[in-house]
Design a protein around this ligand. Structure first.
Ligand SMILES: NC(=O)c1ccc[n+]([C@@H]2O[C@H](COP(=O)([O-])OP(=O)(O)OC[C@H]3O[C@@H](n4cnc5c(N)ncnc54)[C@H](OP(=O)(O)O)[C@@H]3O)[C@@H](O)[C@H]2O)c1
Length: 227
């Protein structure tokens, strides 16, 4: 077993995966887990600033700023079968969130379609599908994600939308609670990364959106219980 990712590496077909936001606190766990499982990983970076750190893990790096030129983004994604999107706006203000989490993610979805990517795994947030019920302090983020999530659901891509509760930097447990809509909760970035990677092995996670919080169920079993 790999830390939090779930199944043995031998079980997974090798996939060519681009991780957007690969330098982020969740994205870097995603890159590590994918590499551990033997996938071919392209680490998408907002800028070259953090390229050495990410390349040191063994991933190819590519500049993939979702607010820059859309054609460059298509080029960055060509050849990938899967995109895992772990980006998040650097500032919580409305303009930044709209630019990155709404418009930037929509640009990434359209670029993935144009690049011939088959599968798009989206790191969203709990209550993104019902922002009125979420914390007022993050409502602008939830509203931005609500729009980009719905564009993804209506795209031509095979999609999965993972909506975690509040993120922590706790170590991975490999165990979570998953469900259509769960009570508010916390979950570590490492376990969220485990879910983002494990969905690639679970057909039931295709064209599905679900919440994830900390829990007791091993990630593969939690995903296998999706209906
Ligand atoms: N915080 C929470 O409790 C919580 C709860 C639920 C969901 N979420 C969501 O989970 C996601 C990941 O959170 P996190 O804490 O791991 O994020 P993070 O550490 O802030 O990382 C964000 C990543 O996005 C990249 N990025 C920012 N703007 C970009 C752009 N224009 N183009 C390409 N990449 C860009 C950053 O690049 P640089 O390294 O260059 O800055 C970084 O790699 C976010 O979408 C967040 O909204 C968070």
């Amino acid at each position: 077993m790999t830390g939090g990712g779930g199944r043995d590496r031998a079980d997974s077909p090798v996939m060519r995966v681009t991780v957007l936001g690969a330098s982020g606190r969740t994205g870097i766990h995603v890159v590590r887990l994918l590499l551990e499982r033997g996938h071919e990983v392209r680490a998408g970076l907002r800028s070259r600033r953090r390229a050495e750190e990410v390349a040191g893990l063994g991933a190819e790096t590519v500049v993939a700023d979702v607010t820059a030129d859309a054609d460059d983004l298509v080029e960055a994604l060509v050849g990938s079968e899967v995109v895992i999107n772990a980006i998040g706006a650097p500032d919580p203000d409305q303009a930044s969130v709209d630019l990155v989490d709404r418009d930037g993610v929509i640009t990434a979805i359209r670029a993935a379609e144009k690049a011939g990517v088959a599968r798009f795994v989206q790191l969203s947030a709990q209550f993104a599908d019902s922002p009125d019920q979420g914390d007022r302090l993050v409502r602008s983020i939830l509203m931005a994600k609500q729009i980009s999530d719905s564009v993804l659901r209506r795209s031509s891509l095979n999609w999965t939308i993972v909506r975690p509760g509040t993120l922590t930097d706790d170590p991975p447990t490999g165990r979570v609670k998953l469900g259509g809509h769960l009570e508010p909760g916390h979950v570590s970035r490492a376990d969220v990364a485990g879910v983002l990677v494990a969905v690639l092995d679970e057909p039931l996670a295709e064209n599905q959106g679900f919440d994830v919080i900390g829990g007791e169920i091993p990630i593969p079993s939690a995903l296998a219980a999706l209906s």
